[in-house]
Design a protein around this ligand. Structure first.
Ligand SMILES: [Zn+2]
Length: 698
């Protein structure tokens, strides 16, 4: 049977959820939805790692039991998954795994027993009792070797953790050791499978780490020093090392070592898994975990894939001290779930670090979603409502109208666009399968651009004026609607809510969640079927207003520290608010005259204008605004203005707009234009009286 198993890491229950957690969950959720859509029996795990000294300490500090402390943090995680539509109820994860579950204790104990009985490839016992002495970082929950700590300034002081900057504890105690040093060759041969550890750069890091020599791993602590954990089977004076316990969740969740889970899910059915991890915990997943599995005789994971980190828009690490973190409450309050999901997958080239800022999110949502997919959907459906009596029109142009249709410049051969979209679908699926989400989405947006251009070129609003061109109009609108159907199916795993809405507006039954994109066939959209009520799917976000609200720094609803005193988070979640729907006509918020004065508007005259190769929408212009050199300005108006006709025209230029590069050209300002109608048609502002170049507008 065709099955698939994807996991996020289980998150250590000593800090509250943040963007990093949300991101990995969104990625795993999108992968799981894509697999389910293709009819693959899929299991998606996320959860929390709840043992160890840190939780014990936090519990003590807050006057709770360790389990109560874990419950407290978990309540924030489950609230996040519910608010962001990632829980089972919303079609998300299949299990929120908790390592405090009794079945997990059973399963880990089983793995331990197997490892305890095993011989290494060199014929030694895989597990042995020894004595460990070393520098231990409690927050990291691991011993630190010389290259992993900061040597003390004064002799006699303890070294400090490079990650936490806190003094390390000198620990000496009896401990079980896992003979990791005997697994070097076995691990290196596992890495030969090129898709086992990804991406390539991370795989190379792991390989050189292992080649550098592996030390045996202490895998237990005395119960007297760490009591909050899984007891070592047959030796209750010891508690299992938290990573041995935590990593094993991936198999206990689906039934390893526990009959009930085995019946409910099925270890053989779903294992091996694709593990998504942050690059900071790659070593645990790509070295220790496979070694434990090798010892226990359990099949290795399908793949271990490390993603990058989110940096701020300036490329700095996010930290509370710098004040540049992205707050989940702010995301939840100001943005739709689909916009956040889209941004996460579009903006980070998977495997590399990405940059996350609220402004960037607004820009993406407005350009790609509101003006892109959303506009395509609403213009198509609005025209079907207006010109075709709200029914999907016929794709067929009758023989006797073909010549007439050809005269309008419309491609009468439907297979041209069908072929384009089929090719894009194949590319999209290939990129998605390779976890190249950003490229997959780029491909989908090439379809959006193509269909937009088809509509703009065909000018349905003109065709509608001529009764004889009715079949041409119908064919164009059918193609747009059918393309939209394909796009909603492709994009469903990324944006479940919005694609479902477009699907219903197209008049389709059921959900794109159950349509296999690989089996889409052009022309399956039935003509004559009634479309649904047309509604905007991605409202435009008022950037100024939203940013000023965000910057006003409303107090987050969530606490920011895990150890905040007080009752567990049982207060109801605030209502889900989607992005503010800015009224295109009304004034949304007032500004001071000083704010307006910041915009340097100048009279300019177009000296030259030409199309930009491979950019359908862009015109490259030279505009004289009374300075020594004319300004080079790019404007997205090529579909509406013949370049030759613009030369000599007086225009209004935003002269102090930060220059930016488009298609390799620097744009040194912006042409002011009105925008109207469902297709957002631009009309360049101009003057009816003569006015010198460079005159300021105020
Ligand atoms: Zn540390």
């Amino acid at each position: 049977m065709n099955t698939f198993y994807v996991t996020t890491p289980i998150y250590y229950a000593n800090s509250l959820p943040h963007l990093g957690h949300l991101y990995t969950m969104i990625v795993a959720d999108s992968i799981a939805r894509a697999k389910k859509q293709r009819g693959i029996d899929t299991y998606f795990l996320t959860g929390t790692d709840e043992h160890g000294i840190n939780i014990e300490r936090a519990a003590e500090k807050n006057g709770r039991t360790p389990k109560e402390q874990a419950d407290y943090v978990v309540s924030y995680f489950t609230r996040m998954t519910s608010e962001f539509g990632l829980d089972t109820e919303h079609g998300g994860y299949d299990i929120f795994m908790r390592t405090t579950e009794p079945f997990h204790y059973e399963g880990v104990s089983e793995l331990w027993r197997r490892v305890a009985k095993a011989k290494t490839p060199h014929g030694n016992d895989a597990l042995y009792k020894g004595h460990y002495e070393g520098w231990f970082c409690a927050p990291c929950a691991e011993y630190k070797t010389e290259d992993e700590y900061q040597k003390p300034k004064n002799e006699g002081d303890p070294p400090t953790c490079l990650i936490h900057d806190t003094p390390l504890d000198r620990v000496s105690e009896e401990s079980y050791f896992f003979r990791l040093s005997d697994y070097e060759e076995a691990l290196l041969s596992a890495y030969e499978r090129p898709d086992f550890v990804r991406p390539e750069a991370r795989r190379n890091e792991v390989i050189s780490f292992v080649r550098g020599g592996l030390q045996d791993l202490s895998v237990s602590r005395l119960k007297t020093s760490v009591s909050w954990g899984v007891p070592v089977p047959d030796d209750p004076a010891h508690t299992m090392y938290v990573w041995f316990d935590a990593l094993t969740n991936y198999i206990t969740a689906i039934g390893f070592g526990n009959e009930e889970r085995q019946k409910a899910v099925g270890f053989e059915k779903f294992w091996p898994a694709l593990h998504l991890v942050g690059k900071d915990i790659l070593r645990f997943h790509a070295v220790y975990w496979p070694a434990f599995l090798l010892a226990a005789g359990v099949e290795l994971p399908r793949a271990i894939v490390a993603h990058g980190m989110w940096l701020d828009p300036n490329g700095r690490k996010m930290s509370k001290t710098l004040g540049n973190t992205i707050e989940l409450d702010v995301l939840q309050k100001h943005f739709s779930i689909d916009a956040i999901r889209y941004f996460c997958l579009r903006e980070m080239v998977f495997g590399q670090d990405g940059r996350f800022g609220y402004e960037g999110l607004i820009d993406r949502a407005n350009s790609d979603l509101a003006s892109g997919l959303g506009n395509l959907s609403s213009r198509t459906l609005t025209m079907i409502a207006r010109y075709c009596d709200s029914r999907i029109p016929s794709p067929v142009i009758p023989e006797d109208k073909l010549l007439l249709a050809k005269r309008t410049g419309v491609d009468t051969d439907e297979t041209t666009i069908a072929g384009f979209i089929e090719h894009a679908r194949n590319q999209f699926l290939l990129h998605f399968e390779n976890l190249a989400f950003s490229r997959a989405l780029e491909t989908a947006w090439s379809v959006v651009a193509r269909v937009d251009k088809m509509i703009t070129d065909a000018k349905p609003w003109d065709l509608a004026k001529d009764e004889n061109q009715k079949p041409t109009l119908s064919a164009v609108l059918y193609r747009a609607a059918e393309s939209l159907r394909w796009l909603t199916v492709l994009l469903h795993p990324v944006m479940p809510g919005a694609t479902h809405a477009i699907w219903s507006q197209l008049g389709m039954e059921g959900s794109p969640a159950h349509i296999n994109p690989a089996e889409l066939k052009w022309g399956q959209l039935k003509d004559g079927a009634a479309i649904g009520e047309v509604q905007p799917v991605f409202p435009r976000i008022d950037k100024v207003k939203t940013m000023s609200e965000i910057n006003a720094g409303e107090k987050p609803v969530h606490a920011t520290e895990a150890d905040t005193a007080g009752a567990p988070a049982t207060q109801p979640a605030p209502p889900m608010t989607h992005a503010t729907e800015a009224d295109a006509v009304g004034v949304t918020s007032f500004i001071e005259i000083d704010d307006f004065a910041k915009v340097d508007l100048r009279v300019g005259q177009v000296l030259s204008a030409e199309r930009v190769p491979k950019a359908d929408k862009l015109l490259l212009m030279k505009v004289d605004i009374g300075e020594e050199q004319p300004r080079q300005i790019l404007a997205g108006i090529a579909q509406y203005y013949e370049p030759e006709k613009l030369v000599g025209r007086k225009v209004v230029i935003v002269a102090n707009l930060k220059p930016r590069k488009l298609r390799g050209y620097e744009s040194q300002g912006m042409v002011v234009a009105a925008s109207y109608g469902e297709e957002g048609r631009p009309v360049i502002a101009t003057f009816t009286e003569d006015v010198p170049n460079g005159a300021r507008l105020k």
